[in-house]
Design a protein around this ligand. Structure first.
Ligand code: DAK
Length: 258
């Protein structure tokens, strides 16, 4: 499929890479870009040869937020009618893991896009922020909720109320990102991480993502019950039989994805 706002690659076996590609406007996330991104992620999610996805930008910017020019004159009904909110929600339905490889600015919707991914690999130049307060609004794509759950209330308040930005080093210290790498390496680190995940038992990987995400949605008792049922369910897969046989036979497992 021909895209105008993203670039798509297969940088390693089992890995789908999407590059946000509006560098002239700092990868501002307009409607067409978000539609293309969500369509491609859904296509990769349905592609059995892909086990993990990576979203990245360019060295100077991951994404500087939703496109302010596109939003400036909008009325609430425009945002609803244009599916402004729905297209962001589509990321939550992706079953395979998605890693954000972030260098430079991840601001506003750019920070929220990274937060909506399952893991974040940052370059040393990454800057995370929610500057919407400067525009007379607040984060609208999960920033207040996901940040508070990830780095806690105190720092989230600073970021959302006072445009406090986090450096890569701070983001790692506060648990926002998985790791920090030099600018020349961060994308390779993310692709390597994705390739290792893609080489694992596919159904177990998807179920594992689902189980961890449930921890952010529910009570401990309900989450533990959910985890237990998912665990039992995995015993209906060939991969569970293969994984445990391979361990006992001291050989490498050959995953079927079934
Ligand atoms: N939108 C549109 N254009 C942008 C942009 C943005 N977010 N960010 C940068 N640009 C454009 C600039 O207008 C400029 O274009 P030209 O003037 O050259 O045509 C070009 O990119 C280069 O930017 P600068 O000249 O400003 O470059 P600097 O290096 O001086 O500064 C910067 C880079 C990233 C620090 C600065 O551009 C900046 O502060 N940008 C705005 C950051 C921001 O406020 N982001 C939050 C936007 S609000 C929702 C979903 C999503 C959202 C809300 C709800 N729902 C599902 C309900 C998200 C909202 C937001 O993200």
């Amino acid at each position: 499929m021909a895209y105008e706002n993203i670039l798509v690659e297969r940088p390693a076996e089992g890995v789908g890479l999407v590059r946000l590609n509006r560098p002239r406007v700092f990868n501002a996330l307009n409607g067409p870009l978000m539609d293309e991104l969500m369509s491609e992620l859904a296509a990769m999610d349905a592609d059995e040869t892909i086990g993990c996805m990576v979203i990245t930008g360019v060295e100077r910017v991951f994404a500087a937020g939703a496109d302010i020019a596109e939003m400036a004159e909008a009325q609430p009904v425009d945002l609803m009618r244009l599916g402004f909110i729905d297209r962001w929600d589509r990321l939550r339905a992706i079953r395979k893991p998605v890693i954000a490889a972030v260098s430079g600015y991840a601001l506003g919707g750019g920070c929220e896009l990274a937060l909506a991914c399952d893991m974040i690999v940052a370059s040393e130049t990454a800057v995370f922020g929610q500057p919407e307060i400067n525009l007379g609004v607040i984060p609208g794509a999960g920033g207040t909720q996901r940040l508070a759950r990830t780095i806690g209330k105190a720092l989230t308040m600073e970021m959302v109320l006072n445009d406090r930005r986090l450096s890569a080093e701070e983001a790692e210290r506060f648990g926002l990102v998985n790791c920090v790498a030099p600018v020349s390496e961060y994308l390779d680190v993310a692709i390597q991480m994705a390739a290792h995940i893609a080489a694992r038992a596919p159904i177990a990987v998807q179920i594992a993502k689902d189980a961890v995400n449930m921890a952010l949605e529910t009570t401990l008792a309900a989450g533990l019950a959910y985890e237990r049922h998912l665990f039992y369910g995995l015993f209906s897969t060939l991969d569970q039989k293969e994984g445990m046989s391979a361990y006992l036979e001291k050989r490498k497992p050959g995953w079927q994805g079934s």
